[in-house]
Design a protein around this ligand. Sequence first.
Ligand code: IPM
Ligand code: MG
Length: 363
Amino acid sequence: MKNEYNIALLPGDGIGPEVSGEAVKVLKVLESKLGLTLKLNEVPVGGAGDEATGHPLPDDSLETARKADAVLLGAVGGPQWENLDFSLRPERALLGLRSSLKLYANLRPAKIFPALVEASTLKQEVVEGLDILVVRELTGGIYFGEPRGVETLADGSRKGVNTLVYSEEEIDRIARVGFDVARKRKKNVVSVDKANVLECTGLWREVVGKVHQDFQDVVLSNMYVDNCAMQLVRNPKQFDVILTTNMFGDILSDEASMLTGSIGMLPSASVGGETGMYEPIHGSAPDIAGKNMANPLAMILSVGMMFKYSFDREEPNEWIESAVEAVLDRGCRTLDIMSKGMKEVGTRAMGDFIVQELEARVK
Ligand code: IPM
Ligand code: MG
């Protein structure tokens, strides 16, 4: 196993730099305790990329990401860049990284920590023990389909177009990821589509069914996306792996995250290419940026996923998850997961508590 890793650190915008700072504290603990050398190369992306170079994904940043063993990203976006042309918006950096690094598979675990059961807006018995993995296709579908854009017609009125496209090959490869990860879980995949209306997702259902023949130990069922949105709040524990398209996965993973108490708790891994990328699923939260209020736990849990998926080291991920659990059990809460009787802490203090618990765990 390697002992030296190059990590591209892309803090981005809004609360991105703050939560990245807490992730770095965690990396330092793992580095010294495990005798690793973790080389961090910090580069700007998103609005920060715009400010530095006039482009949300500077060539240099992309090159650094490409050469790294893994990429850690905070968040991108903010109101000050909302009026820029689409090609210059901070979000383009994220989409550019995903497609350039060929990260077609996005894994978004929505797992509830016992201490946060009461932070969920749903009843305790509905969410207790919840453990869902959303497998979202990430480099295709309506996010990338052509034609796209807004055109002005001869009469001066405008028409907006985006296109939902999936090739059999794209569906096949993401379906394999979904079945593969299900094998390490409860072996249950629900493939989510809108096959009653959209031909493209009719093909999705067909190809997923075909791939399933190679994974007959896994149970597959199909669900329309509207029904899935409803089932997620009605009875979320029926789900193990949700396998779905880029846009449906974007929407359903936000919904699934709230079942766990806060979107500030959910990490993600984007894999499939040579270099994996790890990021919290929350955005840049400009309203609370710079106020030491953001929840760093999704970012810290993303570090765990990086060790697991890119460095093939399970233990650091387990230590991090258990440190998070312990800190929550001690009653520490950032504002987004605050409830009565708990102790409210800021971003940095939360990071410090995690470091403390982690140090006690890593031999
Ligand atoms: C996400 C985000 C992104 C997406 C945005 C910021 C481009 O919402 O990662 O879920 O839509 O994929
Ligand atoms: Mg999203």
